[in-house]
Design a protein around this ligand. Structure first.
Ligand code: SF4
Ligand code: MG
Length: 328
């Protein structure tokens, strides 16, 4: 199948304010914080692609930029094979807006506290399906039931303060799926919820991929969660994807030194006696990237070449890619 969403060399750079002195003197180059820096991937219908990495590596910015909630600084976004930049007129862009939805980490912030659940779920439906007025309530009910708010009548007339965090996240999910999107970004959708209710929400998202054939970009820093839900995993470091491949291969046999460190640091991931790899130092400032491989100051395997040559993603086995000079 062809991807529902594909990004090619996607960029989101933020200009960094120059110092007073260099502005006055008119010297020094404009610098950029490269939050997303030439990121390429595809999400197919029915697939959950995980985006893994430490906080601040650009995962959320990638999710927002793919949806054009942040304007990209460069690169291409293709929906159903069509480059969004070449689509003209309101119709195709509205079609993209309806088909590409997001669920955020914090359901308390995502919902209007003064709206009943029904009103919250009706809102996107009325925006995107203006011609289906007679079906509004049925569509809202269906979305709530698909999101596990059963029976819908018991929840429709409640306000956010009358519900638990897990129920609210299901309302946010109902809102996102009510307009029948083909692509969903889920940005840490369970990390604020009680551990006891996480599996239910994750299974729900997984079922959307399996039964509704949705493509999902699942953003998380928690690899054990990702093993449960993801078809493939992309590991990000400082705005770049450093490794991408099938979930089992990335988690059981990571090949990029950063993926290896990330997997080794996740306690439940360790199987047998995998040697723990320690990362040196802190994550560098993305406004002031290291030369060559941006992981080299922390990489236990760095060689001379790593200080000067920036490794690109390349095939590293069947269906997987890595950006490291030592991975062939
Ligand atoms: Fe480490 Fe060099 Fe590979 Fe970068 S390219 S991950 S510094 S070995
Ligand atoms: Mg984030």
């Amino acid at each position: 199948t062809s991807p529902v969403i594909e990004v090619r060399r996607l960029r989101k750079w933020y200009p960094v304010r120059r110092s007073m002195l260099s502005s006055l003197l008119g010297v020094g180059e404009q610098r950029y914080l490269r939050a997303v820096d030439d990121v390429s991937f595809a999400v197919h219908p029915g697939e959950v692609l995980g985006l893994a990495g430490e906080s601040g590596c650009g995962k959320s910015t990638t999710g927002m930029t793919v949806l054009k909630l942040h304007a990209p600084s460069g690169g291409e976004i293709l929906f159903d094979g069509a480059d969004l930049a070449t689509l003209t007129g309101r119709g195709p862009l509205r079609d993209f807006r309806r088909n590409a939805q997001i669920v955020f980490q914090n359901p308390y912030e995502a919902l209007n506290p003064r709206f009943t659940v029904l009103r919250s779920v009706l809102e996107p439906i009325s925006i995107h399906f203006p011609d289906r007025r007679t079906e509004y309530e049925a569509l809202a009910r269906l979305a709530m039931e698909r999101a596990g708010l059963l029976p819908a009548e018991n929840f429709m007339h409640r306000y956010p303060h009358e519900m638990s965090g897990g129920q609210l996240q299901r309302v946010a999910i109902a809102r996102a799926i009510a307009v029948e999107p083909r692509f969903l970004v889920a940005d840490e959708p369970v990390s604020m919820l009680d551990v006891s209710i996480r599996a239910g929400i994750l299974n729900l998202l997984k079922s959307f991929a399996e039964t509704l054939n949705m493509g999902i970009l699942f953003i998380s820093h928690d690899l054990s969660t990702m093993r449960h839900i993801c078809t493939r995993i992309a590991v990000m470091y400082l705005g770049r994807i450093v490794e991408i491949g099938p979930t089992d291969q990335i988690l059981d046999d990571p090949r990029h030194p950063y993926s290896q460190a990330l997997v080794a640091a996740a306690p439940v991931m360790r199987r047998g006696t995998r040697r723990r790899i320690h990362l040196e130092g802190a994550v560098p400032n993305p406004a002031n990237l290291p030369s060559g491989c941006r992981f080299h100051p922390r990489c236990p395997k760095a060689i001379d070449r790593c200080r000067t040559d920036d490794p690109q993603l390349h095939a590293a086995g069947e269906r997987r890619e890595a950006a490291c000079h030592l991975v062939a």
